[in-house]
Design a protein around this ligand. Structure first.
Ligand code: PSU
Ligand code: MN
Length: 305
């Protein structure tokens, strides 16, 4: 395994000393936001994690290795470079053996984080069950991966480009707790509302850390989806987003977008058609997730000592 892993010294030291480490994905850098906002955001998110008492580890693939922790220069490189694959689990062996550049999705990032013992992973939004999945069978490997390893994910819910109801059903089937931080309703990324009740609610990072400790000590392996609503001042109403989402979905259909291109196409379409408003919300919510996620990582570290 070591043959395929490269851990940044700062991250390795934190792991050795049992200090809290928070994982970050790189698909959001390479495919989720335009340059230079993507790089600025990735670096700002790392700063939030440090300011709250943990070490950030942005994960990506290069030179045949899973990189756990990137330097500022490497983050800038991934943000600028055009030739970066979006790498989910099925793509990993190809990208690694061919020594290509890979930005890791939630699924691939979680798997790599799990290998090195990182317990908390922060992102913007995860994949899920797509609208129309009953005929397309498009269910993100992010969900199957949540069943397979014990890394908790902090996200602002799932975007309503997905079928939120089916996504919650799927998570229930797989035994994955879904906990919303500080409110009863499950959030939908741009909006704190989704029309769906959150299966669980907790109001402090300490309580969430206690839930994680109990789950894993009970031998209930698998992830926990921690939903952290977008800060109020950046929220875009679910009704307003619905119009953009429907347009994006029909554009995807017209352009015969399928498979792994579906999510990036829809995300880009929405970003292009909401005049930057959605990008600002996206940046604000991921920083907020980094803050709450780090507080959970620090609390978990304390109670596990
Ligand atoms: N949803 C978002 N922003 C993102 C993604 C999803 O709101 O950046 C990215 C993440 O990297 C996620 C991936 O893991 O898309 C899911 O892709 P797919 O639906 O093809 O599994
Ligand atoms: Mn898919």
């Amino acid at each position: 395994m070591n043959e395929y892993l490269e851990i940044l010294p700062e991250v390795q030291q934190a792991l050795n000393e049992n200090k809290p480490v928070v994982a970050l994905e790189s698909t959001i850098i390479a495919h989720g936001m335009p340059y230079p906002k993507n790089v600025e955001t990735a670096l700002a998110v790392e700063d939030v994690i440090r300011a709250n008492g943990a070490i950030p580890a942005t994960i990506a693939i290069m030179n045949g290795k899973c990189m756990v922790g990137l330097s500022k220069e490497q983050i800038d490189f991934f943000g600028k470079e055009k030739n970066v694959w979006k790498v989910s689990l099925r793509d990993m062996p190809y990208i690694i053996s061919q020594k290509l550049l890979g930005a890791t999705t939630v699924a691939a990032t979680m798997r790599i984080a799990d290998w090195v013992g990182i317990k908390i992973f922060v992102t913007g939004g995860t994949g899920g069950v797509h609208r129309g999945a009953e005929t397309s069978m498009d269910i993100s490997a992010d969900l199957t991966e949540m069943e397979n390893n014990s890394v908790a994910v902090v996200a602002a819910g799932v975007k309503s480009i997905l079928d939120i109801g089916l996504t919650l059903e799927y998570l229930e089937t797989k035994g994955i707790p879904v906990v919303t931080f500080g409110q009863d309703e499950f959030p939908s990324f741009y909006s704190s509302k989704s029309g769906f009740q959150s299966p669980l609610r907790l109001d402090t990072p300490e309580d969430i850390a206690q839930l994680l400790k109990a789950k894993w000590q009970l031998g209930l392996n698998g992830s926990v989806l921690i939903a952290n609503p977008v800060p109020k001042e950046y929220e875009i109403s679910a009704d307003e987003m619905e119009t953009h989402i429907n347009e994006a979905l029909s554009a995807a259909k017209q352009n015969q977008i399928a498979g792994k291109n579906t999510t990036p196409f829809i995300l880009k379409y929405i970003a292009d058609h909401t005049h930057g408003e959605s990008l600002e919300a996206n940046i604000a919510l991921i920083k907020h997730n980094a803050k709450i996620g780090t507080q959970i990582a620090v609390a978990l570290n304390r109670i596990n000592d």
